[in-house]
Structures are given as C-alpha cells and as structure tokens.
Design a protein around this ligand. Structure first.
Ligand code: LLP
Length: 404
C-alpha cells in the first residue's frame, strides 16, 4: 500500500479505479500483507512450533478465512456462527478452539459433535453443561479452563480482559478447585490452561506477568497440561510513532515457563494477522464550515467502522490523491450518522480537500468489517481482496432488499 506518483495503490491496483468501479465506502485488503503477517508471526515463534488459531472475531470473511487456512492456521471461535464459518473455510476441527463466557448448550453440542480440539470453559456451570452433554453422547470431551490471571494488559480499558473485575476466566483459587473436579470426571479430559488478557497490547511486560501467574498456577495444580493457550492480544502500530511489540522478549518469557512445564503452545492472534491488511476507502460528500474547524462529511460512518466511536481508537486518514499544496486545513472527519460519536479523527494540517475527493482510512482489517452494523439502515460495504493486479470481490455490498 503506497503512493505511486501521488495516487494511492494497493499492490498493483489504483484505489481511485476501485472506487470508480465498486463505489464507496469499500474495504480493500492486500493479500501480500496478509501473507507477510502470517509468515512473520510464524517466524517470531518458530522455535516453539505452536498451534496458531486465528481469532475469527477479528475478521470473519469466508474468503479470507480460506486464504488464512491455506497457511495452515487453525481458528479460535466464539459462537456457533464463527465455528460454522471456520469449518466451511475448510479449517481442520482438530485446529479449532472455542472460547467465550456464555456458550449455549446448542453451541456446545455442535462443537462436541464436530470433535474440535478444545472447548475453553470459563465457569463451573459451563463445565457441568459440557459434562452433561458428553455423558448423554457417551463421549469424552477435551477442554481447557480459562484462567483470569488478574494482570493489567495496559491497553484500552474497554478491551482489557485479564483483571479480576473482568467477566473472563476464573480466579486462581477457583481454577485449582475446577482442576480437582475435572480430574475425576469420566467424560471430560482436561488438556489445556488458557489465558487472554486483552487486545492491542504493545508492551511485553503484561505478557511476562501473565506467564508468571500461569507458571504458579500450573505448579500449584500439580497437573500435566498438554496445551498452554496464551490467547492473542499482540498489538500493532496504528501510527508511525508507536513502537511494535517486542516479540523476542515475549518469546523468551514463554520459553522460560516451558522449561518447567512442557506443553504445546497455542496462540489466538487476530489483529496481528489482519489489522494492517486493509483500508476503508470513502468519498467526501460535503465539506461544512464549523466554528473553529471544517467538517469533512464522509460516505463512511460508524456503522462501517465502529472502533473510533466505540473505543476512541485512532485510524490514520490519508488523501487518495496527494497534492503539493501549501494550503493546509484542520479537519474533523465525520460520518453522516445522527450521533456525535460518529467521528473518525481530527487532523491538523491536512491537505485542502474538495467535495467528491477520496480518502483512505488505514489499518481497518481487524474489527473493522466484523464490527460493522446496519445502524440507520445503512448497507454494509463491499470487501475486495487485491492480489498483485487481481481484484477479487470477497463480499458484495449489501442491497436494500437484504434489509427490507
Ligand atoms: N482470544 C480471545 C479469547 C479473545 O477474546 C480475543 C479478542 C482474541 C483471542 C484475539 O485478540 P487480538 O489478537 O485480536 O488482540 N473489538 C476490539 C478488540 C476486542 C478483542 C476481543 N477479544 C477492538 O476493535 O480493538
């Protein structure tokens, strides 16, 4: 993704032509970036030979899942819908883990029937439900138990999951009790200890702390876990100023605990696999003069990309057509939805824009389309995958008929 003589390109395709042919707003993905991310992830943890399960919640596009599967990744799913999609993408059930605090009986039955690798349970009630279903089917079911390590992920509070006040996982004390219970179960085989402390983590220290807690709990449980599932959470850089996660330090901390407890490591990365693979292309509908800034009113809105409205997340905005100009403006980029939070970003010294110009919203591959909605009865945008010069529509724009 770069400018070639002032026009923005994804691989070999000019974004302006995509906008002309497929209208805006539109999600455009780069296959090359996806491949790079997966290969880098694998390289970073090569010495562990881990099972990498892509967190489908980050992006559930079926065609993308099929591409991800081709690199040998498994899937981390959190609903019947995600599990169905992962299976439809051809992902081997033996590479699928099922997370989430509220799996229904229907979801558990389906997962058990499909013989997935692990159900990561998050409460005693859930374990009892799994046991009941397994007994009914005269089957033995493999599970993990998610530990809440009470570790601050030092990320946005809305996406932190590993502190004791969070709804996720079980406390150390409860974990140890559950291990005792499951040890004696005829129908449940405890295979895994799992953790996930949050998302968009850029500092390795929370991971180190989390691993220390896991180490202590394994020791106290006196149980041999076949898998240690460390979840996802690896952050990406949404702006040039932000430093990337130090994977070497994270790896070193993992190796340290593996010296004491040999186990197969599972990762559940979402954002680090798809976050920087996509842009959202949008057109300026109107420019409106405010009292101290100008509003750029876009045809993309919070229903297309929810992260800024929901978390105050900042996605860089770029002009599609770079021009050399000394005329710079302060702009607030907003959508047309009737909510004050329908605002993407305020930028100082942006090149002067005109109505009908195109802009690029960056790094929207993770939790972009997957969090989109039909709020205000707006149609969900199309998704396009670019491979070199090849253009593949991987999801058509919704039609009004789909909604009415
Ligand atoms: N595993 C579990 C159990 C999770 O809950 C999550 C994300 C992941 C893996 C993947 O985490 P990642 O590698 O993508 O950080 N919508 C928010 C992020 C929510 C993350 C929820 N859980 C956002 O747009 O920032």
């Amino acid at each position: 993704m770069k400018y070639i003589s002032k026009s923005f390109f994804i691989e070999g395709v000019k974004v302006r032509n995509l906008a002309k042919n497929f209208k805006t707003p539109i999600y455009c993905y780069s296959y090359k970036k996806l491949k790079e991310n997966i290969n880098n992830f694998k390289k970073n943890f090569k010495s562990l030979n881990p099972l990498v399960c892509f967190a489908v919640k980050a992006n559930a596009n079926l065609k993308l899942l099929k591409e991800i599967k081709k690199f040998g990744l498994g899937a981390d799913v959190v609903s019947l819908g995600e599990l169905t999609k992962a299976l439809k993408a051809g992902i081997n059930p033996k590479k699928i883990v099922f997370s989430g605090v509220g799996k229904t009986s229907e979801e558990l039955r389906f997962a058990i029937d499909k013989k997935i690798l692990l159900i990561n349970a998050e409460s005693k009630s859930e374990i009892l439900e799994i046991e009941k279903i397994a007994r009914g089917k005269r089957r033995s079911v493999n599970i993990g138990i998610r530990l809440n390590p009470n570790t601050d992920a030092k990320t946005l509070s809305q996406i932190s999951t590993g502190k004791k006040q969070d709804k996720f996982g079980v406390s150390e004390k409860y974990f140890l009790e559950l291990v005792k219970y499951v040890k004696n179960s005829q129908f449940i085989k405890l295979k895994c200890i799992s953790v996930h402390i949050g998302s968009q983590i850029l500092n390795h220290q929370p991971f180190e702390k989390m691993l220390k807690v896991v180490d202590g709990v394994i020791k106290k449980s006196n149980y041999k876990f076949e898998f240690i599932d460390l979840g996802g959470g690896m952050g990406i850089s949404y702006s040039k100023r932000v430093k990337n996660l130090n994977y070497k330090k994270y790896l070193a901390a993992i190796k340290k605990i593996l010296k004491k407890h040999t186990a197969k490591i599972i990762f559940e990365p979402g954002r680090s696999i798809v976050g920087n693979t996509a842009i959202l292309v949008s057109k300026v509908i109107y420019i409106k003069q405010g009292s101290n800034k100008n509003f750029i009113i876009l045809d993309a809105a919070m229903n297309d990309l929810m992260r800024p409205a929901l978390y105050g997340a900042k996605h860089q905005i770029l002009p599609e057509n770079k021009i050399k100009t000394s005329s710079k403006k302060t702009y607030e980029f907003v959508g047309p939805i009737c909510e004050s939070t329908d605002s993407f970003l305020t930028v100082k010294k942006f090149q002067k824009l005109n109505e009908k110009d195109l802009i690029i919203i960056s790094d929207v591959g993770a939790y972009g389309m997957s969090l989109s909605s039909n709020y205000n009865v707006r149609l969900k945008p199309a998704e396009i995958l670019i491979k070199g010069r090849k253009i593949n529509i991987i999801k058509k724009r919704q039609k009004l008929e789909d909604l009415i």
